[in-house]
Design a protein around this ligand. Structure first.
Ligand SMILES: [Zn+2]
Length: 373
């Protein structure tokens, strides 16, 4: 991983680059920020830059033996710790999960905790970093660096350290070996034990812009920029969310069809068809029905904006736009707020265990009045 592979956060990258160039990388550096912000990759890029034999233009070269080892996640002086479950037995350490870990970092350029749980084959588990992992870290840190000046230990999610493990690690961070650098990567720095937190130099990472997320989706999934922007916008800088939207594309296709049906039937005031429509949505699982209603809210807003004829403000896929060219005039300043409020109220009622059939049929009747305003 090179700095140039990291999305956004140029200032943080520059700061880390300066530290390494001046040989002043702290013993314990904490990279933190909300889930879905690329942080683990930045830690790996920093380790690669630290070890690279031929730094070029402020980045690792990507071709020297050190870089090649890093890029195959096989650099002997770079170690990782991460939360895991006891699914392979109670004496395990991270070394027993190294296969899953390599698969995880290879397949997820931006770390996604849900994907990690899935790889651990236990989506409902509560992985932790156990005290025996802290012992394993201590053993590794007492060994001299093999090939480089500094060993690097990247610890993903220090908020998952068990207290006893955190206390052991604390000693290592307080009295570090000269050739050892820790990079901690956290989704939630408030969950980290205060004693650890206070001994780390912290860098907070910021959400990438919608444009940056869209460009990432284009590169990774070969998407068209317009479609990528339409998925990146609701993700609000969370790349994990944006990627899930790509992966559930079929759901979006279904939502689009249902939304078009709803608007058409509401405009025709066709109650005989609106009732079966509301029953189809009510048959969805509660969370899916709510995702549909979120989608409908976004579409209503996008269609209102579409009337302004300023493409820079719109986040519609090409398919959605094909509908909006005809439909958008029906969403106007007299009804947009009312329609959004009704959709949001229906979502809240369903979340509150309201009878989905009644809530949704009631919604369709209100919409069929509002849409003609
Ligand atoms: Zn290199």
């Amino acid at each position: 991983m090179r700095f140039s592979d990291i999305i956004g956060n140029e200032q943080a990258i520059a700061q880390i680059r300066r530290m390494i160039d001046a040989d002043k990388l702290p013993h314990a550096l904490l990279l933190h920020g909300a889930p879905g912000i690329p942080k683990l990759g930045l830690a790996m890029a920093a380790a690669q830059y630290l070890h690279c034999k031929n730094r070029t233009d402020g980045d690792s070269c990507g071709v020297c033996p050190m870089c090649r080892q890093h890029q195959s996640f096989n650099q002997v002086d770079t170690h990782y710790s991460y939360p895991f479950t006891d699914s392979k037995g109670t004496g395990c350490t991270c070394d027993d999960y190294i296969g899953e870990w390599r698969e995880f970092i290879t397949q997820n350029p931006v770390e996604d905790y849900q994907a990690w749980l899935h790889l651990l084959k236990n989506d409902n588990a509560q992985p932790q970093i156990f005290v025996r992992e802290a012992d394993s870290i201590m053993r590794k840190m007492t060994l001299s660096a093999y090939t480089t000046k500094y060993k690097v230990h990247i610890l993903w999610l220090p908020e998952k350290l068990k207290e006893e493990a955190a206390n052991k690690l604390l000693k290592l961070i307080e009295e570090p070996y000269d050739d050892c650098k820790f990079i901690l990567v956290s989704d939630n720095e408030k969950g980290i034990l205060g004693t650890i937190l206070s001994r780390c130099q912290r860098i907070e990472l910021r959400r990438p812009s919608t444009d940056m997320v869209a460009r990432y989706l284009c590169d990774r999934y070969g998407m068209d920029m317009q479609d990528a922007l339409a998925l990146a916008a609701p993700a609000d800088g969370n790349i994990n969310v944006a990627e899930r939207l790509v992966q559930t594309g079929s759901e979006f296709h279904e939502f689009r069809e249902r939304f078009i049906e709803l608007m058409r039937l509401a405009y025709q005031h066709d109650l005989s068809q609106l009732k079966p429509w509301s029953e189809v949505i009510a048959e969805m699982k509660r969370e899916k029905a709510r995702r549909f209603l979120d989608y409908a809210v976004r579409q209503v807003r996008e269609n209102f904006i579409y009337n302004l004829h300023n493409p820079e403000l719109n986040y519609l896929t090409r398919e959605e736009e094909a509908f909006s060219t005809r439909f958008s005039p029906f969403i106007n300043e007299r009804n947009v707020e009312g329609i959004v409020a009704e959709l949001e109220r229906a979502s809240a009622d369903i979340a509150g265990n309201g009878n989905a059939k009644i809530v949704l049929f009631d919604l369709t009747i209100r919409l069929s009045i509002l849409i003609r305003k």
